[in-house]
Write a protein that binds this ligand. Sequence first.
Ligand SMILES: Nc1ncnc2c1ncn2[C@@H]1O[C@H](COP(=O)(O)OP(=O)(O)O)[C@@H](O)[C@H]1O
Ligand SMILES: [Mg+2]
Length: 259
Amino acid sequence: MKIAISGKGGVGKTTLAGVLARTLSDQNETVLAIDADPDANLASAVGVPPQKVGDITPLAEMTNFIEERTETKKGGYGSIFKLNPKVDDIPEKFSIEHEGVKLLILGSVPQGGGGCFCPENVLLKNLLSHLFIQRNETVIVDMEAGLEHLGRGSTGYVDAFIVVVEPGMRSIQTAQQIKKLASDLGIKRVFIVGNKIQTEEDQKVIVENLSDFPILGLMNYNAKILEADRKGVSPYDIDGQIKEEVHAILDNLRKQFGE
Ligand SMILES: Nc1ncnc2c1ncn2[C@@H]1O[C@H](COP(=O)(O)OP(=O)(O)O)[C@@H](O)[C@H]1O
Ligand SMILES: [Mg+2]
């Protein structure tokens, strides 16, 4: 299964991605978790200890490696580089492993005016295509709302595009924009996960305003998740409720694919 998670900042994408990755790993699936949000913090949600997180260099910052792979030649007219760099060994080379989850941090690509057509971006797009199309592992991508890294060619291979929302019109509007972007990119299976639910009203605002999306599940507002964040550990390691909720989300997802 190839899963991409998007949504407005702060809604709980990373929390869901981290707990989902740990859940799948505990079910003996081989999981590759990809942090594609420039504001990278998936490592901590997976449970990688803070000391170790500091040692990781995001792929987008490995300038020499990127130049080597894309064969970048800088010249008077900008730069010339390869559009199909080798990427298939990148997960093995640069991912770190925690509790059976292989984690790869992409980092942020400097955005030039009018979008960035640069070696970093080309490498990351090629890598995501490779991950979606050619890998056997379960791949979970924690993304930003803008879908910057997604190229047209690969997105048809995403099995589930999950948009996380919290009970509020701002994140709901972002979800609607993401749906539009996703459909422009040819992504068909867009699902909603509602997070930080406290009341029936909270549930209602999500269900009523996003009635054209299938809802995969809901996660309640949960002080333990904030506590995990404060301690720099994965919610998976300190809370049973989020585990159950994510389990249910995963079961629902599998039902969508008749598994
Ligand atoms: N169900 C929840 N209950 C309470 N706090 C939550 C919940 N889900 C996420 N949070 C908190 O909200 C903040 C943003 O979550 P995060 O997963 O980093 O969001 P995103 O990746 O979408 O920006 C974090 O402090 C996280 O601990
Ligand atoms: Mg995040």
